[in-house]
Design a protein. Sequence first.
Length: 78
Amino acid sequence: MKLKKKIKKTGRDPSLRLRYKVLLRDSFTCKQCGASPAKDQNVELHIDHISPWSKNGETTLENLQTLCSSCNLGKSNL
């Protein structure tokens, strides 16, 4: 019995328009710790997949979140 590999409908990297929509929805703040460039100019925000792209998570508004670099780089693909 062959297993069908799920074909992704979206690419890995979000478009600039989608990135902006995620940042706007999340008020330009980290969803995990609340850091914001408006409060601290050293904060760098990343757009991150909630359900990892490598585990068939799609690149959609619903599956993306804003994280600061510390929170994003401190997590792994669990």
